[in-house]
Write a protein that binds this ligand. Sequence first.
Ligand SMILES: [Zn+2]
Length: 463
Amino acid sequence: MKLLQFSLAFFMALPGMGQLNTELFNDYEDYSEKSITTRRFKYEDIMSLIDKLGNDFKVKQVGTSVEGRAIKLITYGNGPVNVLMWSQMHGDETTATRAIMDVFLWLQADDQFNDIRDKIKSSITWHFIPMLNPDGASRFTRRNHFGIDINRDALRLQTPEGRTLKRVRDSLQADWGFNLHDQGRGTSVEDKKPATISLLAPAFDVSKSINEKRGDAMQLTKLMFDQITQYIPGQMAIYDDTFEPRAFGDNIQKWGTRTILIESGGYEDDYEKQEIRRLNFVLLITAANAIANNNYEKIPVTDYNKIPSNGDGRIRELILRNVQYEGLLRDVAFDRSEVDSEDFRNYYAQGFVTDLGDLSTSQSFFTLDAKDYEVLPGKVYEKELADVNALNALDLEQSLKEGYTDFVVLTGYDPFTMKQRVHVHSKKPATNETLRMGGNPSLLFKRNGEIAYAVINGCLIKL
Ligand SMILES: [Zn+2]
């Protein structure tokens, strides 16, 4: 689902600021980099974009990954304040890298935002390291070539990627640092709603002291929260602020750079995080503009504490409530995992049961209250199908209405490219009529003799 456009101006404590984020949000499509549309892209995809940047940008190699990929620093502007943003220290956390590509297009445009760009250009020097961990990105995995989590390497500095970040921060004596990550889709705001965006001005010591610079970061964090919360009400939070002595964010704050963490989480059925990317685009420009204009300074530091916190409980993908099955009443939670294609550019999702029982305190992206439904196992289509053509020849919608959820297709079904709503197996599946942890049963929900819903591969389907 797409985020709603906001056309009306709304009350803002800071005149002018609200209008900017509304315009950026609404005009986003004019600037988005159209060549990247999913979470799974690679180093070469963004390097070809960086190679095309215009004269307003300086591009410099500042390091090399373990596998020999050049890590580049891109710089815009010539103001006295150094702002450094780095993304994808974790190779599979790609939302902010995409947003940075969008910001580059925005910075190169010639339009109604020219005054804002000029102010940014003369007030700050804006540095980017997109994709700090290109080796991890090539396999769509968190860690670097040697399996080290770069974000636990700030003290030992055993990774060339971590050393690059440290060296760049030190050489710039960056005034501001933005540490750009993705958090799990299931991360919550106070266990109630998905944390679509979490922010943090990381602590630099165990007692979470506030010095002047961390105070500045807390003020700007609150400003960023205020600018974005309207688009995702109740779905922004402060990330866990426990001091992590090995992490970069915490140490960069300690080394004297005002540091802010942005974590992109989950939003409705935005599995590719394209809507969250749009929010990142607005957030990054909003932050740069606020630094250029010192807009954050009037915000009381203590207002930071008004932002709700991430919760411990996770938001489930799907919860079926009040399921009467096998002679007992249970709620059933499904989550999804991804199976990678060989080149990691594609995946298919698999559902599996992650909780059972009384889940009345748990929340989910999708929910069905099965109280008034008879719950039955889905049926396996009796005839084994020789190939994909035989599957496509069937009226699958009609078959679903008749209760057939699972099909055996003996050859040629490619789950990476053929995304059928039914569950396709390559051989006859074991009868799975029980609800158990880790299982992936197909279920039917019947009322007045009609099948109204099906759950297949962890997805709720309305018939
Ligand atoms: Zn991360």
